[in-house]
Design a binder for this molecule. Structure first.
Ligand SMILES: Cc1ncc(COP(=O)(O)O)c(C=O)c1O
Length: 449
């Protein structure tokens, strides 16, 4: 391990349970939480965090949990990564906010320069910075509409794009994201995704694309389409990896139809899938790309990066926001990107996948409820079904997750049917910890199946 992977200040890289999970101090805090925080804000695992770093989260009772969630694909470089901490400390002492639209600063510009370098394609690019993935997606749609002078936006089954009004409309799943929150924004049209585990056997990526495109052409009309918005690997939808050929065919249709192809890489971006961006695995160059999560090592920062002619089609003052591209978040992003490059975190993500996939396949041999194993790099999921069928088993999924939590491993669930266990470790997690987490998962299946 290099110094950057195991900084002096980082908590000991171990799973250590000293109380039941959650422990007494966490339970106390949960009581306070319930009395003051809206019930609408959920909790996956009710342990309160004291510190986190590398591949562990340490709670207020002194338990050290293995982190296979990375704050939902955010701390790709690790929690409190040393370079990020140093950059933010330096920035916070210099100035905290001026508003980039009032008096600009270099950090914002430097982040946009980095985004032009790391995102797919060597065309002329521009970026604009925001605070959250939802906000980036909203702005990508605004840009596409202005640039094309069209209004329709195409999205896919199982898609997740956020919780604001427009992004709720773009998101597929009703509970918990949309239920009761309508009316939703108009001019959003949903078409079938390529979902190899659930599609008819042997449906190729090209055929799945034809199915989607036929629906767009017949129900919306190509000339009305401002943008096709897609996650190259779906996140909350259950890490659905489309069949090979699907993304390039959809992108090609967009270019023929004069529609903007927007890749939502909020969850897949920044080395998570074993390359800087998931679009690259199929050589797809998006017109616009939405970014957030892994970008800034845990500070809130998001971006739309894309073709200069689209990004510059917007009238001056049409994009922005008080906090967008906050200087602390920009300093954190520059430090994170440098860390990703220096530590080759794309390579680290591939190594994580190489460790996980054979272990999960061996587990599948013993557990017939594991219907599918999929993902790329350090974005891996298993879909649980009633044995021998494709009928989702959300109860088993929840039980396995609960068991892992109780044994000190943070895992997340996902999927339209709530039957997907997803793994998103920080890319700096040690192989020993990862392997131990997989032992716990193995034992969880033995205990609950
Ligand atoms: C693909 C994708 N798009 C958009 C979002 C929304 O991002 P945020 O929660 O930062 O608003 C998410 C969040 O999970 C996401 O995974």
């Amino acid at each position: 391990m290099t110094d950057l992977l195991a900084p002096q200040s980082s908590p000991t890289q171990e799973r250590r349970l000293v109380t039941e999970i959650p422990g007494p101090r966490s339970r106390e805090l949960m009581t306070r939480r319930s009395a003051t925080v809206s019930a609408g804000v959920g909790t996956t695992l009710p342990v309160f965090v004291a510190r986190a770093g590398g591949g562990v989260v340490v709670d207020v009772d002194g338990n050290s949990l293995i982190d296979l969630g990375a704050g939902i694909a955010v701390v790709n470089v690790g929690n409190a990564a040393p370079r990020v901490v140093a950059a933010v400390q330096e920035q916070v002492a210099a100035f905290t906010h001026t508003c980039f639209m009032v008096t600009p600063y270099e950090g914002y510009v430097a982040v946009c320069e980095e985004l032009a370098r790391v995102t797919p394609g060597d065309h002329e690019k521009r970026s604009a910075l925001f605070n959250s993935g939802s906000e980036a997606v909203e702005n990508a749609v605004k840009i596409a509409r202005v640039a094309t002078n069209r209004s329709a936006v195409i999205v896919f089954d199982h898609a997740y794009h956020g919780r604001t009004n427009l992004t709720m409309a773009l998101t597929a799943k009703n509970m918990p994201y949309k239920n009761g929150f309508g009316p939703f924004a108009p001019e959003v049209y949903r078409v079938p995704m390529s979902y190899p585990f659930r599609d008819a056997d042997g449906l190729s990526g090209a055929e799945a694309a034809t199915r989607a495109i036929r629906q767009i052409e017949t129900q919306v009309g190509a000339a009305n389409v401002a943008a096709v918005l897609i996650e190259p690997i779906q996140g909350e939808g259950g890490f659905v990896v489309p069949a090979s050929g699907f993304l390039p065919a959809v992108a090609e249709w967009c270019s023929q139809a004069g529609a903007v192809f927007i890749a939502d890489e909020v969850q897949t971006g920044f080395c998570r899938t074993g390359d800087w961006f998931a679009s690259e695995h199929e050589g797809v160059v998006p017109d616009l790309i939405t970014l957030a999560k892994g970008m800034a090592g845990g500070l809130p920062l998001a971006a739309v990066t894309g073709r200069a002619e689209l990004m510059d089609a917007v009238h001056t003052g049409g994009l922005g926001g008080t906090y967008g591209g906050n200087p602390l978040a920009c300093a954190a992003a520059l430090a994170s990107i440098e860390t990703m490059r220096e530590l080759d975190l794309a390579g680290a993500a591939r190594a994580i996948g190489d460790t996980m996939l054979p272990r999960l396949r061996a587990l599948q041999e013993r557990v017939p409820a594991i219907g599918d194993i999929r993902g790329r790099g350090a974005m891996i999921a298993i879909e649980l079904v009633k044995a021998g069928t494709t009928e989702p088993d959300p109860a088993l999924t929840a039980a396995v997750a609960r068991h892992c939590h109780a044994q000190g491993v943070v895992v997340l669930t996902a999927g339209t049917f709530g039957n997907v266990l997803r793994f998103l470790p920080p890319l700096v997690i040690g192989q020993d910890l990862l392997s131990e987490a997989l032992d716990v998962l193995d034992a969880a299946f033995a205990a609950v199946s």
